[in-house]
Design a protein. Sequence first.
Length: 202
Amino acid sequence: MEKRWIRAAVCQLGAESPDPGENLDRAEALVREAARGMPDLDLILLPECVDFLARSPEEALAQAQPIPGPYTMRMSRLARELRVNLVPGSITERTESGKVRNTTVWIDREGEILGRYSKMHLFDALNYRESDHVQAGDEICLLDTDIGRVGIQICYDCRFPELAFASLEAYCVNVSSLAPLCGMKYINGQNTVTYFSAVFYN
């Protein structure tokens, strides 16, 4: 069994502006800060819904982006410039169904989108129905990267073990839950970067 260390950074920020362009500027600035703080990073991760938080289904549809689109194309250029694998958080993806998808991508060090994942398990609980305006994904995402084989989840997906079981041969990355696992707390209005090392076994 092969063992290797990876060096990663988790960037925590909220989509504080209703303008996706402003949130993209803030996300890029935090990714650059992470790269400056630890040379030779293998991976940088951002949180769920990093582009903006819609106040209504109509606003979500109006602001949704295609993939590739403005957000992912800019993050692709950034990953290529910094020579780092980048999971740039999830964004509101445009679909043809009349709903949006909660989707993230894996961008490699060359700036190529290796794969995408749309949240499969939507949060229909506690008097909230995400499925009213979000279309669930229907495919797991397993990717061969330069740090190993990885699987991707988003937020509520972690409550459903069958998705993790499908990724048993891979390292699993959950876009929204890495921050608390790393002991990081998000304080409204404060953007933070937390670094960690991990051992990957192949």
